[in-house]
Design a protein around this ligand. Structure first.
Ligand SMILES: [Zn+2]
Length: 217
């Protein structure tokens, strides 16, 4: 995150709020960021994208902060837990150097261990995630824009799950809910032992997760 932005905390809508200030510490604007690639944050990386810019913001604790307020009068958080995240607005692929902006981020970018790749360049070993326990199903990478056929020599497709991506679906809907998906994966783990997964198609509320096992000779 840029040094000239001051971390204020989370908004009541869980955006990460930063203030831009002038030379007298007066707020000139308040910017809200959303965290992208949440799963990667445990590895010390991940991305943030600016999604709002306002002149007044209500923080999670109920405090209201406005443009023109002087930050010297505020008790600021000691540390910014998001400071190691990328600020995503323009970037280039680690491998081919191709440039993208945030408009096409979801279509072309994949974040792997703190590096950004376009879909054509994503390393093979990062295309699938091993599923060792049922809830690992929710940590598989989104490869919906990636051609997984390059893995054909090493992996065989064994199943496909149609999951409710929100995790809060109604049991009667056709898509598997969080619990349903975990039960299903438990069964596959018993049957096959070592399995791998990736999201192979993603909609707004539902995703297809394809399950693979390693080829054995
Ligand atoms: Zn590339």
């Amino acid at each position: 995150m840029k040094k000239d932005k001051i971390y204020l905390g989370l908004s009541k809508y869980h955006e990460v709020i930063y203030a831009e200030i002038d030379e007298n510490s007066k707020i000139t604007s308040l910017n809200g960021y959303q965290i992208i690639h949440d799963d990667d944050i445990s590895n010390g990386c991940g991305g943030m994208e600016c999604i709002s810019s306002t002149h007044d913001e209500t923080l999670e604790n109920g405090e209201v902060i406005n443009s023109g307020d002087n930050l010297k009068e505020w008790d600021l958080p000691d540390d910014d837990p998001h400071k190691d995240l990328y600020e995503i607005n323009t970037w280039s692929c680690e491998e081919c150097g191709q440039y993208h902006d945030d408009e096409d981020f979801y279509d072309y970018a994949v974040l792997v261990e703190c590096s950004l790749y376009c879909n054509e360049c994503i390393p093979k070993e990062n295309m699938l995630k091993r599923i060792e326990k049922p809830n690992d199903i929710f940590k598989v990478p989104n490869m919906s824009q990636v051609d997984l056929s390059v893995l054909d020599d090493e992996f065989t497709e064994i199943d496909e799950l149609f999951c409710d991506s929100s995790g809060f679906g109604n049991e009667s809907e056709a898509a598997l809910t969080q619990k349903g998906a975990e039960i299903y994966i438990e069964k596959l783990l018993k049957e096959h032992g070592e399995i791998y997964g990736a999201i192979t198609s993603a909609g707004q509320f539902q995703v297809y997760v394809t399950i693979f096992k390693k080829e054995t000779e």
